[in-house]
Design a protein. Structure first.
Length: 459
C-alpha cells in the first residue's frame, strides 16, 4: 500500500512540476529503485527525476538503466550533468552505450569526456565489433613482482577504489607486460615481508584483445574465473573482463541462438520493446525462404504424381514420413549446435559425429519403422482399408521411415558443421530449415522405396 501511495505522490508531483517536493520524496530512494521508476516514465519525466537527485545517485541510476532507456536521456540531460555521469561510468558500460548511438550523438558525448576518459572510450570503440576489446574495462589493479605483501596492501588502501575488482591482482613489469595474476586471498594469508614473486604460480590465463566474445565465454566456463586479463599480441596488459559482463553476454548469445533456431533473425532488444514492423522484418525473410523450400515439396509430389494416382493409399502416409524425418533432423541439429556452443565438439569431430548419428539414426529409424509396420498390421487385422497388399505397404512404410529418420539425423548433424566450416553461424540451420529440407528429400526417399517394393503389385 505504501508503494502505491508513493507512486501516486510521485505522479502528482511530476504532473504539477513540483521539483522541491519530488526531491524531498526521492531523497531516501536507492539507485536500483530509481532505475525501476525511470523505466516506467516518459523521457521528460525521467529528466525531472534526475534533476531531483544528487550526482552520485544520478550516476548509479543511469548505470542501472538499460541502454534503450539511457539513449533518450542523452538528448535531454543538461551537458553538465551528462558529463559528470559519463566520466563516472565504468568503461565497459559506457562503451555499450556509445556503440549504440548515431554518429552525431556519439560525437557529442565524446566531447563531454575528459581527455583521459575520451582516450579510453576511443580505444575501446576502435576494436572490432563482438571482440573482447569492446567488452573489457581498463579499471584493474596492478602490482610489481618484487613488491612485498606489505607494499601491496598499502597500495590497495591508497588506490583500490578505482579498480573494477580487487579479487584478482595483476603482476606486470615496468613496460606493462603481464607476468602473472594472483588472488587477493593469497596476499592476505602471506607474511608481510614476502615478495610477490615468491607466491606466484606462473599459471596465468589471458585473453587476446581481438578474441571473439564466444572465446571469452568458453574460457570463463572452463577455468571458473571471476575476471580475466586482456592483452595485445605482445602480452601487454590492456584491461580485464569480469564475470558479470560474461554472464550478460552468455545470456545474449543464448537468446540469439534460440531465436535463430526458431527461424527468426536475432532481436537486439527485449520482445516487448521490439516495434511490430521491425519484428515482421526479422521474421519475414525466413518465412519466405521456407515458403520457397516447401514449393520444392510440391514439385517432388508432382514428380511422383503417377505413383500417387495408382496407389492413393501412399498419400495417406506422407505427413507421417516427412514429419518423422523433420523431427529427427531438428533433434540432431539442436544437439550439435548446443554442443558446438559449449565447446564440446568442433568441425574436426565431423567423422565421430557422423558415426554416432548413423548408429542412433538407424536405431531410431528402425524403432519408428517397426511402429509404422505394426500400425498397418493392426488395422489390417480388423479392416480391409489397405487391401490384399497390406504387407507390402507395411514393409514400404517401415523401410521408408527407417531411411528418412536416418537421413534426417545425418542432415541435422552435418549441416551446422558445414555452416561453421564455411564461416556462417551454425544456428542458421534452424529447426524449420532442417525440417523443410528433410520434407523434400524425405518424399524422394519414400516414393523411391515404394517404387522398388511395390512394383508389380500396386505400382
Amino acid at each position: 500500500m505504501e508503494t502505491i501511495n508513493q507512486n501516486t505522490d510521485i505522479k502528482a508531483l511530476l504532473d504539477s512540476r513540483n521539483q522541491s517536493g519530488l526531491k524531498s520524496l526521492l531523497e531516501s530512494w536507492l539507485p536500483a529503485e530509481l532505475a525501476i521508476l525511470c523505466q516506467e516514465l516518459p523521457p521528460e519525466e525521467m529528466l525531472a527525476v534526475f534533476m531531483a537527485i544528487d550526482r552520485e545517485r544520478a550516476f548509479q541510476t543511469f548505470e542501472n538503466l538499460d541502454v534503450a532507456d539511457q539513449r533518450p536521456l542523452v538528448d535531454i540531460l543538461p551537458n553538465r550533468l551528462l558529463a559528470l555521469i559519463l566520466n563516472d561510468m565504468s568503461a565497459d558500460n559506457r562503451t555499450a552505450l556509445l556503440e549504440e548511438l548515431e554518429s552525431e550523438q556519439l560525437n557529442k558525448l565524446l566531447k563531454l569526456l575528459t581527455q583521459k576518459e575520451r582516450a579510453v572510450a576511443l580505444s575501446l570503440l576502435g576494436y572490432p565489433e563482438n571482440s573482447i576489446g569492446r567488452l573489457m574495462t581498463p579499471e584493474y589493479f596492478t602490482i610489481g613482482k618484487d613488491w612485498t605483501v606489505q607494499t601491496v596492501l598499502d597500495h590497495i588502501r591508497e588506490n583500490g577504489e578505482s579498480s573494477e575488482t580487487l579479487d584478482i591482482l595483476y603482476i606486470v613489469d615496468e613496460k606493462g607486460l603481464l607476468i602473472d595474476d594472483i588472488k587477493i586471498g593469497e596476499i592476505l594469508l602471506a607474511p608481510l615481508d614476502t615478495k610477490v614473486h615468491e607466491i606466484m604460480d606462473g599459471k596465468r590465463i589471458a585473453l587476446l584483445v581481438t578474441d571473439d566474445e564466444e572465446v571469452a565465454i568458453n574460457v570463463f566456463t572452463e577455468n571458473n574465473r571471476v575476471a580475466l586479463p586482456v592483452t595485445d599480441a605482445n602480452g601487454i596488459l590492456l584491461g580485464i573482463v569480469t564475470i558479470d559482463d560474461i554472464l550478460e553476454l552468455a545470456k545474449k548469445e543464448d537468446t540469439e541462438d534460440i531465436q535463430k533456431l526458431g527461424g527468426v533473425e536475432a532481436f537486439e532488444e527485449p520482445y516487448m520493446d521490439v516495434p511490430v514492423w521491425k519484428m515482421i522484418g526479422k521474421r519475414a525473410p525466413w518465412l519466405v525462404i521456407l515458403f520457397f523450400g516447401e514449393l520444392l515439396t510440391a514439385s517432388a509430389m508432382a514428380f511422383f504424381e503417377h505413383e500417387i494416382a495408382r496407389a492413393v493409399v501412399l498419400a495417406l502416409f506422407i505427413p507421417l514420413i516427412v514429419s518423422s524425418g523433420g523431427n529427427s533432423g531438428s533433434q540432431a541439429a539442436t544437439l550439435i549446435i548446443r554442443a558446438m556452443a559449449l565447446g564440446e565438439v568442433t568441425t574436426r569431430d565431423w567423422y565421430r559425429i557422423m558415426r554416432r548419428e548413423l548408429i542412433s539414426g538407424l536405431f531410431l529409424g528402425l524403432m519408428l519403422g517397426a511402429l509404422g509396420f505394426m500400425r498397418i498390421a493392426a488395422w489390417s487385422a480388423f479392416t480391409d482399408i489397405y487391401g490384399p497388399h497390406w504387407l507390402s505397404i507395411a514393409i514400404t512404410i517401415g523401410a521408408s521411415l527407417t531411411g528418412v529418420v536416418l537421413w534426417g539425423s545425418l542432415m541435422g548433424s552435418m549441416l551446422p558443421l558445414m555452416l561453421k566450416r564455411l564461416g556462417a553461424d551454425p544456428p542458421t540451420s534452424s529447426a524449420p530449415f532442417i525440417a523443410t529440407l528433410v520434407d523434400v528429400t524425405g518424399l524422394v526417399i519414400y516414393f523411391s522405396v515404394a517404387a522398388m517394393l511395390l512394383s508389380g503389385t500396386l505400382l
